[in-house]
Design a protein around this ligand. Structure first.
Ligand SMILES: C[S@@+](CC[C@H](N)C(=O)[O-])C[C@H]1O[C@@H](n2cnc3c(N)ncnc32)[C@H](O)[C@@H]1O
Length: 352
């Protein structure tokens, strides 16, 4: 890896150009015995300083648009890491848990409980903590650019500040690796994540991805491509692609897993309504939660990307979001986003 992992105190259509995605997105004095003193290394203090500053620097969050962003590998990820974003992530997690019927994973871990689990881009760390509780005999390692995880965690869970797009250099292999909502984190999910996960897994170990596709789908024409919401999604997808942090890999996961060499690949796709328009009671509830998630996240999703890619001012962005917010909460617009869960196994030697 470019930098070794830095253990921290436990703090804690759209577009028709979307590849393969459907659009519908540290002397005593000399002793009498004559023993000599241990000579101090004059460099030691400066070494301590530099490691302290490294640890402190990852907490020195830059401020922009009234929000805070990750300090480690500053600028790599366009979305904030502050309290409102952590609250939004908690809501988003509740949405996905509900839609997945409270399942933390789909890979067959119950048959053979994992000993070493890795959660890439863990965010607030909720999933990693839940997995630590679920598998008390497993060691769960979780990584992120931001040290925004809670102080009190199960003993078997450890958080590290790390850029997972860099070469991985773990001393031991894992038997289960997980990603969830990592759109806009990587330039290439295939080479930076899937291939490195394959190389880092024990034979027979599983990779699982739970990823949303922020391409709005609509089956009855009530979402117009030229509506404020349709145009916002188009601009968002385009800005993420221009920033070389695509958000559309969810629908390509199965083929990525295949190309990298995983076997026994499974895929489930859920539909998440954008507000409470659906008749089905569960989808209505999930939709209402999603509406709130969108309203909480729209500024965060737009400010970093739209200012950088389109040169828009925060004021211009917020003004343009007024109409988008209206559409998000309009139950006559029957839009939904697909949520992909894909899991696959690293083959045993000689299996393929
Ligand atoms: C949308 S959040 C999802 C967090 C968590 N997986 C969840 O489901 O709540 C994406 C996370 O990816 C992290 N991230 C972005 N780029 C990263 C990178 N290159 N390496 C490690 N983490 C990264 C961000 O800091 C953020 O916490």
């Amino acid at each position: 890896m470019g930098d070794q992992p830095h253990p921290l105190p436990n703090t804690g259509q759209g577009s028709s150009e979307l590849d393969g995605c459907p659009f519908t997105f540290h002397c005593s004095p000399p002793s009498s015995s004559g023993e000599s003193c241990i000579e101090p290394d004059p460099q030691a203090e400066s070494m301590m300083d530099s490691s302290m500053s490294l640890t402190e620097s990852v907490y020195n969050f830059p401020r922009l648009f009234g929000r805070t962003y990750h300090a480690y590998r500053e600028g790599s990820y366009a979305f904030p890491n502050d309290k409102p974003e952590i609250e939004r992530l908690a809501l988003q997690d509740a949405i996905f848990m509900k839609i997945m019927n409270n399942r933390l994973y789909f890979a067959p871990l119950n048959d053979q409980p994992p000993k070493r689990v890795l959660d890439i881009a863990t965010g607030a760390g909720d999933w990693a903590i839940a997995m630590g509780d679920r598998f008390p005999n497993a060691k769960v390692m979780a990584t992120d650019l931001s040290p925004i995880q809670p102080e009190t965690v199960p003993e078997n869970v450890e958080f590290y500040v790390e850029d997972s797009s860099e070469p991985w250099d773990y001393s031991e292999s894992f038997d289960y690796i997980h990603t969830k909502t990592t759109g806009a984190c990587w330039e290439s999910f295939e080479t930076q994540i899937a291939q490195q996960a394959f190389d880092t897994l024990t034979p027979g170990g599983w990779l699982e991805s739970q990823e949303i596709l922020p391409v709005p789908h609509c089956d009855d024409g009530t979402l117009k491509p030229d509506s404020a919401l349709g145009l916002w999604f188009r601009d968002f997808l385009n800005a993420a692609a221009e920033a070389r942090r695509p958000v559309t890999e969810a629908c390509n996961l199965r083929s990525i897993y295949e190309r990298v060499g995983f076997v026994d690949i499974h895929e489930r796709v859920y539909k998440i309504p954008l507000n409470g328009w659906a008749k089905d009671a569960k989808l209505k509830e999930v939709g209402k939660m999603m509406e709130l998630n969108m309203q909480m996240g729209l500024s965060a999703f737009s400010l970093g990307l739209f200012s950088r890619i389109y040169g828009q001012t925060p004021e211009q962005i917020e003004v343009s979001l007024v109409e988008v917010r209206r559409d998000v909460s309009d139950p006559s617009i029957h839009a939904y986003l697909p949520f992909y869960v894909v899991w696959g196994r690293k083959p045993f030697p000689g299996q393929i």
